[in-house]
Ligand binder design. Structure first.
Ligand SMILES: Nc1ncnc2c1ncn2[C@@H]1O[C@H](COP(=O)(O)OP(=O)(O)OP(=O)(O)O)[C@@H](O)[C@H]1O
Ligand SMILES: [Mg+2]
Length: 354
């Protein structure tokens, strides 16, 4: 089931209808519904658009080889050794054949050559570009290239120690701003990663950002209705507009717990998680623990604070990495990842005061 998000869907579709000029980053707090939103958009794309969606979450990417393996599916039946001839051949197939590709097809021999090459990334990117170009020129199709959870590849470097991600961004700039061959959408819930990209001078003017946040009160109430939640005000006070938490609440109700008990269990679970993170740090480093706790409580007291990297980067990184705080680098604000977490922090503050 997929509810609402009409404005966001329209926003993304409107972008796709225009000429491709920027890399589009979709970011937002965890479990806000980014992946489901894009999946829904892709299901309803105009017929001339051809999506290639890859989710790197759960992929074990330790090297360029792992990364390439994810994007390509090897066509073992094909004997082609020349990529242009192969791609032309593919295009002779009907649209249905093309629309069945989840990954980018490549014959074994060409794939082997890419892997043996000194400059694996480059060869693979060239092949991808040729593939998209032929779809545009021969088939009059508009490819849409989507990579979800791109931060999974941030640590990969090539044999010379150069980060693959920089090369990959250059490639996306080529596909968008330079050649307008295809739309490129990158999705991530890692706000520190988005912050690095946002601050990357070489990407300045080449990127666009769309925040997919938790729902506002009106949209949340509509969605509560669809989920069949009673006592909407009570639900709002505990979980707010977080879709992931709505799904969790629904499963508790299905198990037979009443709304009161379900919300209480969710909040208690969150408080216990926060206490464990806090206690682990206390055992590890008391000085850091005090600073991080003060910082968290400051966010808890204020709800949202301005981002001041000079003063607070380490504390922020700690809480972001523990999925407690969210940084919106575009708005320059820090807030809890969810309303439930916000309630958990407030409850810790109260307990601490006693
Ligand atoms: N519009 C929607 N209607 C109903 N349920 C939704 C909707 N969007 C998301 N969900 C549900 O909320 C949960 C979180 O959604 P999703 O995985 O898309 O979030 P996400 O932002 O991609 O999360 P992450 O930050 O972990 O990548 C899922 O269980 C999903 O089924
Ligand atoms: Mg996701």
């Amino acid at each position: 089931m997929f509810y609402g998000r009409e404005n966001e869907k329209k926003q993304i579709l409107d972008i796709l209808k225009e000429k491709s000029t920027h890399i589009h980053f979709i970011y937002g707090p965890i479990n806000s519904g980014k992946t489901n939103l894009i999946a829904n958009v892709l299901e309803n794309l105009p017929k001339e658009m051809l999506p290639f969606y890859t989710n790197l979450r759960g992929c074990d990417i330790r090297s360029i080889d792992d990364f390439l393996n994810i994007f390509f599916s090897i066509d073992t039946k094909s004997k082609f050794e020349n990529s242009k001839e192969y791609l032309k051949e593919i295009c002779k197939g009907g649209l249905d054949v093309l629309k069945n590709f989840q990954e980018i097809p490549v014959p074994t021999k060409i794939f082997d050559l890419m892997f043996k090459s000194q400059d694996k990334g480059s060869d693979a990117f060239k092949y991808l570009e040729s593939f998209f170009r032929i779809l545009v020129q021969e088939k009059k199709l508009q490819p849409v290239f989507i990579i979800d959870e791109l931060q999974m590849m941030k640590a990969i470097v090539n044999s010379k120690g150069n980060p693959l991600i920089d090369r990959f961004f250059n490639f996306l700039v080529r596909l968008t701003k330079e050649t307008h061959l295809c739309h490129c959408i990158v999705i991530s819930s890692d706000s520190l990663f988005i912050e690095q990209i946002y601050g990357n001078a070489r990407l300045e003017g080449r990127t666009e950002y769309t925040l997919i946040d938790d729902l506002d009160k009106e949209s949340a109430f509509d969605t509560y209705e669809k989920f069949g939640f009673p006592e909407k005000e009570k639900v709002w006070n505990i979980i707010g507009g977080k879709l992931g938490d709505m799904v969790l609440l629904r499963s508790k109700l299905i198990k037979g717990y009443d709304i009161e008990k379900s919300l209480e269990m969710m909040l208690t679970g969150q408080i216990s998680r926060l206490k464990m993170i806090d206690a682990r740090l206390f055992r590890k480093n008391k000085e850091m623990w005090q600073q991080n706790r003060d910082f968290l409580f400051d966010v808890g007291n204020k709800g949202t604070i301005d981002f001041n990297p000079l003063e607070m980067y380490d504390q922020l990184a700690f809480w972001v990495n523990n999925n407690v705080l969210f940084l919106d680098p575009v708005a320059d604000k820090i807030k809890p990842q969810s309303h439930l977490i916000y309630n958990g922090i407030k409850s810790l503050i109260d307990k601490f005061k006693q």
